[in-house]
Write a protein that binds this ligand. Structure first.
Ligand code: UDX
Length: 448
C-alpha cells in the first residue's frame, strides 16, 4: 500500500484506549502517520501499557490511570464499561499534565485520541489543541449507538426479543440491541455512549478503521449527521504486515500443524481479547467442534472461561475424541492464521478488528457476538455483506460449521467474501477511496 512520506516534522500525540481491540488500530494508525513523515508520541496508561520495544520510532509517555490504587475494580467483560467510565475521570489531570509537559518541549500539531476517551475533548479545548477522534469500530455501529436515546425512550431496551428489523435501523433488530446492552451495567453503558457521541461530534475530524465501499450508506448518513471531516482510511492492518502490538505472547508452535492441513479445511475459533464465557457455554463449544468432525484451531485465552485458569473445564473424553484433528492455543498471530490457505471459516465474536481481518482475507464467518458493537457487526456480516451465518442459542453448532465448510452455501459466502477482499485492495491502492482519504487526512492535519 502507498505510504510515501512527505517532508514534515510535525508532532502528533496519540492516546489509545488500553484494550487490545483499541491498542492495535491506534498503533497501526501511528505507523501509517509516521510513514507519512509525522513524529509520533504515544501517551498511554500504566494499565495495559504497549510494548515499547516494538516501536523504537515512537516516543512513549506513561500516565497514571488510578486503577492500581482502586482495589475494587476487577477487570472483566462485565466491568469494562465501569472501568472506561472510571478512567475517563481518573485520567483527566494526568493527561493534561502530560500534554503541558510535552508542549514545553515542542508544539503538538494535533491530538488523536480514541472516541471512548471522551474527556480528552475538553482537555484539548482548554489547551487550544485540535483533537481528531479515532473510532475503532464501524460507521454502521456509531449510527446505531447514536439512535440509542430514542430507542431507550421507545422502550426497545426493555422489550422482549423481536427478530424484525427496527424501522430506520434495518437490518438491526431489537434482539441485537438487547445484546449490546446485555449486562447489569446498562446505565454506565448509556452514559459512555452518549458522552462518546457528543464529544466525537465536537472534534476536529474522525478517522475510521473502515473503508467507504464497505459502508457506503452509513458513510453518506455520517457525512451529513457528523458535521466534521471524516477519513475512512482502513483497514489499518493492511498498510503494514502484522506489527506486534499484542499484549499477550503469540504462540506459533501450531504453524507446522496448520501447514499440514488441506486447503480451506480448518475452522479457526477466537473470541478476541475480552469476551468471557461460562463453563456450560465452553463445554457446548467443545462438543460442537468435536461433533462437526472438522479440523479446528481454537484460541482459548487464559481466564476466558469463568472459574478456570485455562482448559480445566474441557469435557471429559474431548481430547481423545478430536485427536490430531484439533489444536488449542492461548493466543495466536491471528492475521497470519486468517491468511493461511488451510483456514476455511472463522468462528468469531465479531469484534471489529476480527471482522475486518476476516474480510481482508476472504474468509467467511460463523458469528457468535457477545456485546458492545459485536451484535451490530455480526448482523452486517450475515444480512448485508452475506459473508457469514449467525450461530444463535439453540442452533446445532456442528450443523452450522458443516454448512459453511462443506455446503454450497459456504462456497457462495466465500465468493462474496473474495469480492469484498478485492474491494479492500482497490480502495487501498493508488487512486482508491481509502488511499485518497489518507492523503486528505495528511493535508488536513498540516492545515491545523
Ligand atoms: C474489543 C471489543 O470487544 C470489540 O467489539 C471492539 O470492536 C474492539 O474492542 P476484542 O474483543 O479484543 O476488542 O476484539 P477485536 O476487535 O476482534 O480485536 C482483537 C484483536 O486481537 C484482533 O486484532 C486480533 O487479530 C487480535 N488477536 C485475537 C490476536 O492477535 N490473537 C488471537 O489469538 C486473538
Amino acid at each position: 500500500m502507498s505510504t510515501e512520506s512527505r517532508p514534515n516534522d510535525r508532532r502528533l500525540a496519540l492516546f489509545p484506549l488500553p484494550f487490545q481491540g483499541h491498542i492495535n488500530p491506534m498503533l497501526q494508525l501511528a505507523n501509517i502517520l509516521h510513514a507519512k513523515g509525522f513524529k509520533i508520541t504515544i501517551i498511554h496508561t500504566v494499565f495495559n501499557s504497549p510494548n515499547q520495544s516494538n516501536y523504537p520510532q515512537f516516543t512513549f509517555k506513561s500516565i497514571s490511570d488510578g486503577l492500581s490504587e482502586s482495589k475494587n475494580i476487577n477487570f472483566n467483560l462485565d466491568t469494562t464499561n465501569p472501568v472506561v467510565n472510571f478512567m475517563n475521570r481518573s485520567c483527566i489531570e494526568p493527561f493534561k499534565d502530560c500534554l503541558l509537559r510535552l508542549l514545553k518541549e515542542e508544539p503538538i500539531a494535533c491530538l488523536i485520541t480514541d472516541a471512548l476517551w471522551h474527556f480528552t475533548q475538553s482537555v484539548a479545548d482548554s489547551l487550544n489543541l485540535p483533537r481528531i477522534v479515532l473510532r475503532t469500530s464501524s460507521m454502521s455501529c456509531i449510527l446505531v449507538y447514536a439512535a440509542i436515546p430514542i430507542l431507550n425512550e421507545n422502550g426497545y431496551l426493555k422489550t422482549t426479543i423481536q427478530e424484525d428489523p427496527i424501522p430506520d435501523l434495518a437490518p438491526i433488530t431489537n434482539k441485537d440491541i438487547l445484546k449490546v446492552f446485555n449486562d447489569e451495567f446498562k446505565e454506565g453503558k448509556l452514559e459512555l455512549i452518549s458522552s462518546m457521541i457528543k464529544n466525537t461530534k465536537a472534534a476536529s475530524g474522525i478517522i475510521w478503521n473502515t473503508f467507504k465501499e464497505l459502508e457506503e450508506s452509513a458513510f453518506s448518513v455520517i457525512s451529513q449527521d457528523f458535521c466534521v471531516p471524516n477519513f475512512p482510511i482502513g483497514p489499518f492492518h493492511k498498510y503494514f504486515p502484522a506489527y506486534s502490538s499484542s499484549l499477550l505472547e503469540q504462540d506459533r508452535s501450531f504453524m507446522s500443524w496448520l501447514d499440514q492441513q488441506p486447503d480451506r479445511s480448518v475452522v479457526y475459533v477466537s473470541f478476541g481479547s475480552i469476551a468471557q464465557m461460562d463453563e456450560v457455554g465452553f463445554t457446548d463449544m467443545a462438543w460442537g467442534l468435536a461433533n462437526s468432525k472438522q479440523r479446528f484451531l481454537w484460541v482459548v485465552r487464559p481466564g476466558s472461561v469463568s472459574g478456570s485458569e485455562w482448559l480445566e473445564s474441557l469435557p471429559e473424553g474431548f481430547i481423545e475424541e478430536v485427536g490430531e484433528r484439533g489444536c488449542i492455543v492461548k493466543w495466536a498471530p491471528q492475521q497470519e492464521v486468517l491468511a493461511h490457505r488451510a483456514v476455511g471459516v472463522f468462528w468469531t465474536h465479531n469484534g471489529w478488528n476480527s471482522t475486518l481481518e476476516s474480510i481482508c482475507e476472504g474468509v467467511p464467518m460463523i458469528c457468535s457476538p457477545y456485546s458492545y458493537d459485536q451484535p451490530i457487526n455480526a448482523r452486517y456480516v450475515t444480512d448485508v455483506w452475506r459473508v457469514g451465518v449467525m450461530l444463535d442459542n439453540g442452533m446445532e453448532t456442528a450443523r452450522v460449521i458443516k454448512r459453511v465448510i462443506e455446503d454450497k452455501e459456504g462456497g457462495e459466502m466465500r465468493e462474496r467474501s473474495k469480492s469484498l477482499q478485492e474491494k479492500v485492495n482497490l480502495s487501498l491502492g493508488k487512486g482508491g477511496s481509502a488511499n485518497q482519504s489518507l492523503e486528505n487526512l495528511v493535508d488536513y492535519i498540516l492545515t491545523l
